[in-house]
Design a protein around this ligand. Structure first.
Ligand code: BES
Ligand code: MN
Ligand code: ZN
Length: 508
């Protein structure tokens, strides 16, 4: 994990290896964004012209490096595109700043210390920049013999230190913004590490051990149900999915409590450490990235730890439903009937529809505590990827107002999401001649069918939402903005923001 340190400051202080400035796109060409006045002066006020000569336009994602003139205490100026210049009086959009900071941080790999002189009109802008820097500087090189750019393999990451200009060092609002971004950024990057860790090194037992270590570090209560405890408790869904693997399943309950909290949120994550499909084996071409099938559990884990680090006035319980879905002589067969933790029976028609089975047990366990709301997060269906693409997750819920709130929370966190329905007519496709329900229904609308299945395992009267993150959880394309290749950490920021808003009494 990157050990990047963030510091708000008024002046760059001691010499930096680079200074990052913003360039916006105006009708007349590139314009230098506020915050870069001193840099512009060092070019005698001609920086915009220099940038134009170099072909810069200020478009989002654009990165231009130029040598610094004498008089600046740095050898390198890094100009990053912010997109269209905002209307007079309006500030730069938080997500534009986050992305630009991420692009710059990615472009600064191998740099020890960089100053960021992007437009800051208050703590919110500084927080967005801080988040973008931390998330953009992420690199996963634990398995590389010689990390990129010949950096020492000491875990220090590609960019060592970021000085964030425009804030007031020591001033409460600015320091708090950077502290919040640091807690969220570090835990989100840890979720990415978990997703990127190869499945031979991260089985359910290993994941549970990571949760145990974090619980010890942050004073969380933790309960780990191992295979025997799952058998004793009657968790037929988790056991049925994990039964084919040499690595046994786990159900982890991780609880953060605030002494003055008056609300309780339960977060439930799908934690399939590898999804081969089981006996309904996935064909080659569909299993290469299936180490990402625990991204929901990683997001839940990161969000609970972040809530604890932020000391939020709300109780948050995370449930990690961990299993490896493998084919073997002890694996569940298509045709088997499982008796779930809730007592319902499920006919397994396709062992590749395993996420809903582990989630069903965890959702029922979470329901028993009667939280104010449950949110589950899961790389659940290929159908949701077909519907919404690779960057947007789907939100389903048994409560329209809660679904709308979650959508707003996601968008304001910088996580693209869209609301999806749970059409009642799709339920009968899961009727089974032998069991209470089958784990598959109609193919069309498969993401919604999966949501309807989960709904059956929510306790009476409990508000619930389901985030299907199968698309955005793992980036198979090139890096963009502050999003790296591989694990993205999607949903972490939405879950943390939901906890913050619940703590502030802004929801329900
Ligand atoms: N883990 C997959 C869903 C998935 C697909 C995640 C693509 C990430 C990227 C899930 O367990 C699965 O296999 N779902 C099946 C369900 C079907 C058999 C009803 C699917 O979507 O094909
Ligand atoms: Mn599957
Ligand atoms: Zn799966």
């Amino acid at each position: 994990m990157t050990a990047l340190t963030l510091k708000p400051a008024v002046a760059p202080g001691p010499r930096a290896d680079a200074i990052v400035i913003g360039v916006a796109k105006a009708g007349t060409g590139p314009v230098v964004a506020p915050g870069a006045e001193a840099v512009d002066q060092a070019y005698d006020g001609g920086l915009a012209g220099v940038l134009k000569t170099l072909g810069a336009s200020g478009a989002e994602g654009e990165l231009t490096k130029l040598p610094a003139p004498a008089g600046l205490d740095t050898p390198l100026v890094v100009a990053v595109g912010l997109g269209a210049e905002p209307e007079a009086d309006a500030g730069y959009d938080a997500e534009a700043l986050r992305r630009a900071a991420g692009v710059a941080a990615r472009g600064l790999s191998g740099t020890k210390k960089a100053a960021f002189a992007l437009p800051v009109d208050g703590p919110g802008a500084l927080a967005a920049i801080a988040e973008g820097v931390l998330l953009g500087a992420y690199a996963f090189d634990a398995y590389k013999e010689s990390p990129k750019d010949g950096e020492a393999k000491d875990g220090s990451g590609p960019l060592g230190e970021a000085v964030l200009l425009g804030g007031e060092e020591g001033e409460a609002g600015f320091q708090a913004a950077v502290d919040r971004a640091t807690a969220i950024g570090e835990e989100l990057n840890r979720a990415r590490d978990l997703v990127n860790t190869p499945p031979n090194d991260l089985d359910p037992e290993a994941f549970a051990a990571v949760a145990q270590a974090a619980a010890d570090e942050h004073g969380l209560t933790i309960e780990v149900l191992d295979e025997q405890a799952l058998k004793d408790g009657g968790y037929g869904g988790i056991l049925g999915v994990g039964g084919g693997s040499a690595s046994t399943p786990r159900l982890v309950k991780l609880a953060y409590k605030h002494p003055e909290a008056d609300k309780h949120l339960a977060y439930v994550g799908k934690g399939i450490t590898y999804d081969s499909g089981g006996i309904s084996l996935k064909p080659a071409g569909h299993n290469e990235t299936m180490k990402c099938d625990m991204a929901g559990a990683a997001a839940v884990f990161a969000a609970v730890v972040a809530a604890a680090r932020l000391g939020l006035k709300v109780n948050v319980t995370g449930w990690l439903a961990l299993a490896e879905n493998m084919p073997s002589g002890s694996a569940t067969r298509p045709g088997d009937v499982l008796r779930m933790y809730s007592g319902k029976t499920v006919e397994v028609l396709n062992t590749d529809a395993e996420g809903r089975l582990v989630l069903a047990d965890a959702l029922w366990a979470a329901s028993a505590e009667e939280p104010d709301a449950i949110v589950d997060v899961a790389t659940l269906t290929g159908a949701m990827v077909l519907a919404l693409g690779n960057r947007t997750f789907g939100i389903m819920a048994n409560d329209d107002a809660f679904r709308t709130s979650l959508h707003e929370v996601a968008e304001e966190s910088g996580e693209p999401a869209w609301q999806m329905p749970l059409p009642e007519h799709l339920r009968k496709g899961m009727d089974s001649p032998v069991a209470d329900i089958a784990n598959m229904g109609e193919r069309m609308g498969g993401g919604l069918v999966a949501g309807l299945f989960l709904r059956e395992f929510i306790g009476e009267g409990i508000t619930w939402a389901h985030l299907d993150i199968a698309g955005p959880a793992f980036n198979e394309g090139g890096p963009f903005g502050y999003t790296p290749k591989g694990g993205t950490g999607t949903a972490v920021r939405t879950l943390v923001r939901l906890a913050e808003q619940t703590a502030d009494g802004d929801l329900g």
